[in-house]
Design a protein around this ligand. Sequence first.
Ligand SMILES: [Zn+2]
Ligand SMILES: [Zn+2]
Length: 463
Amino acid sequence: MTNVHSPTGDPSDRGQRAWTQVVLSGMKNKVPNVLSRKDQFGERERFDSDTIWEEETIAQKIMAQRATAMIQNTLFMETVLFSFKASDFQHHTEAFKLVNDNVGEIISGRPITKYGNPQRNELIIEVKFCDPTNGTKAVKEGFVFKDILYKGVPANDGANDKLVRLSLSQLPFFVSRQELSDGLRQSLGRFGKVCQVKRLTNRGYFEGEAVVILDISPQDDAPWHQLERRLHLATWDIVVPASFKGAPPICFLCRQSGHIRKNCPRLEHVTCFNCKGKGHYARHCPEPKATEGQQLDDYLESTQKVSEKVRDQQGRTTKRAKATKEQVVIETPSNDGINKSQLHAETATSDAQSTETDQGEMDEVEYEEIMETDRNNTSAATTKRKLPKKVGSSKMVRKTVINAFKATSKRTGNGTTPLIQKQQLLKQLHEQQAASQANGQDLSGFSILPPTTDPASGRLAHD
Ligand SMILES: [Zn+2]
Ligand SMILES: [Zn+2]
């Protein structure tokens, strides 16, 4: 139960908050699941209802509404409805005769329950009296049949009233029947005319759930307050979840009412991992799922960006590294036109940076070195580098790619096809690289070399 009391719990603070503030604070909250059909033990909830208060004419109104709902049509003017037990008759026309004999001559009638539920022991008929005064008599006095008093219901009286069945939960479960009825009638009076209050009990226990029938037919003076998924009950100063037909939807993402998941404002800030679009998660991406190769390309691109950023921040270190690049050049066989000195400069840069960058950047650098290791296993210095145990930002993607590369390398060692795939992937990459180079861009931040093979064994270089 969301209590809107002041955080201090001091009741004297209550008066200082505007009523609208109290209500609004309740509305901002999430809407919990209301009246779930099954409990945590998987059993279907069975509630017994106990009518604790009702308006005199509500039974008639409900019957008129049920009849209207069954035939999916309006009832005729000046007709009268009767509801009998179906088991008391052999044929529904016997009910017409019963009314004709006990109240007055009828022109004719029709069985409404013909369109209803055959499982129910119920026979609702609509009849029209020759003399309209007999209709009034049927409604006011009725007649006795098998010791039961049957009264007619004017078919159009209340049939057009807008009755709403409101299910409430999280009510105070320790109040008496009278307190509950009074409290609900008092608190819900703003939303409509309370016609009936039913307390729901679960195996004899009242657990704070109730059903209220509200008449929300438009009235002449002030309009009713609109029903919401969370209603403020002034009697107890609580906001409780409510459910009713035509209630505003509840968003499955943020669980606030008033919009569906698709229109959730939270999605504005979400970027899809699949298509990089805004406003949805990869799980709901309309684009085809990116292949591993595309994901790798995307990853490598992002790596390059990060490397450039790091290098910009560490300009001083880069200069120092460039000065020492001659010392770390290692001859590796490569059939690619990439400037090796630049690439090895990056290796040196990385070494220099690792002392000064933060953990996230260090991971980036270390990762690059591992990738180097993967190709240049002739370099004793880098081969000794271990996979970073602690992985920083974007760790999952990085780790995945590292593992993928390792796995690929191992498999290619046995002369299987993934080597070709890997080469194709990197070929694409190098084409992009070459294009960038042609535009005069500095690619020294780009640390990925093509898969190099040991000319002697033809195997992919791998430690
Ligand atoms: Zn939402
Ligand atoms: Zn997407």
